[in-house]
Each structure stands twice: as structure tokens, then as C-alpha cells.
Design a binder for this molecule. Sequence first.
Ligand SMILES: [Fe+2]
Ligand SMILES: [Fe+2]
Length: 240
Amino acid sequence: MDIRTKLKSNSARNRLYHHPLFQLNTVDRDKVSLLLGQYWRPLHFFPNFLSRMVNAVPQLAVKTAVSTILFEELGEGRVDKAHERIYLASLTDLGFAETALTDAEPFEETRRLVEIYAETAEDLLPALGSLYATESTDLAIVSGIGKLITAATGAGEIPWVDIHIRQEPNHVAQTDLTVVNLTPEEEEQVIAHAERMWQAWNEFFTAIERSFCNSPERSAPKEFRTCPDPQRAGLPAYSH
Ligand SMILES: [Fe+2]
Ligand SMILES: [Fe+2]
């Protein structure tokens, strides 16, 4: 089986796609602000991961593919189009305080996620796994977060979501070009590292979901709850 087919059918990837956090229909501003403050950390670090990878990997074709993604992440020559700038501009326009986004204390799971990016950036196979895991789920994550922003604020168009809808197909295409010419053993290592990254993302969103659900709204009538039914979602019940 082709490595891309194996990666696409990975269960950790599928869990991330269908994470219970993205199934919420109602959520308030404070909760979304908390999510956005945590998400800032990996978002802000990602260009560093990409540039370290470009520097460290030996294959020219991989450098070219990764630098294309880096160029888009950093705004294609215009700093105001860099994804992190668009993120902050989109959210401050919706009334979120910039400091709540950039200065939030990271959860342990958030810290760990960023650490894995830092740890894997300069070693070919781990870096390929981290890159693949990110780009193959990036649009789903951005769309999931965008849906929650809309639920909390009523926002229609969100420029930060729109730029991903435009650019992510190319990120996926470029990433597909990096996982070629690998031996079966190397492929296994890339898959293991991608799985580790997907798992870290699942833990990141689960920690946020837990913090959302640790609120009195848990006892609200079912249709007004902001947390998924723990039985339906296969989650442990919360304490109150
Ligand atoms: Fe991005
Ligand atoms: Fe991307």
C-alpha cells in the first residue's frame, strides 16, 4: 500500500478530523478566546519549524516543497498577509483582545505540541511525519476552529479561514511531494512520527474541550449544552 494511502487511513488522523470539540454547536466568546490563545502557540511556531526543516534536510526537492509552504505561511512577500498576522487581524476585528490571544499561558498539552515540532524539525523522517500530519489536517482544523468562532460571534467571513481555503490545497500537494523515494523502513518511521503528531493534536484539543466542559453549563438542558454528550462522544463523564 502506498504511504499516502496508509497515512490517510490512520486512525489518529481520523480521530482528529472528528474531534468532539469540532462537534459543538454553541460556545461562548470566553471559551473560544481560550481556544484561540492556545492555538496561537503552534500557529506562531510553525514557520520556525518549516525554516528549520528547509535548513536541515538534505534533499533539494524537499527543501523546495517545504519552502513553498513557508513562503505562503509568511505572506508571499507581504507581512500583512502572513498567516499569523491575518489570524490576529481577523480576531481583533471580531472583538477578541490581542493579548488574550498572544499572551495566554499555554496548557501542558500545548507546550508538548510545540515541543514536538521543535524536536522533529531537523531530522528528515521525523520532520516529514510532523509536516504530513500538519498539512493533511490543517484545513479541517482551521475550518473546525472557524465554525466555533462563528458560533460565538456570528461572524460570516473570516479572512484567516479564507486564506486557508485558498492555499491549503497547494500545501497538501507540496507535502505529497516530500514523502517519495523512501524505503519501507523509512516509510514506517514517517508514519510513526505523523501518528505521534496527530496524537499530540488530539490531546491539545481534548485539553481545551475539558476546560470548556468544566463549567456549570454542564447541567443546562441538553439542547443548550456546549459540551458533547460524553456517552455519545465516547468520553469519560465529567465530575459535575
Ligand atoms: Fe496557516
Ligand atoms: Fe498549511
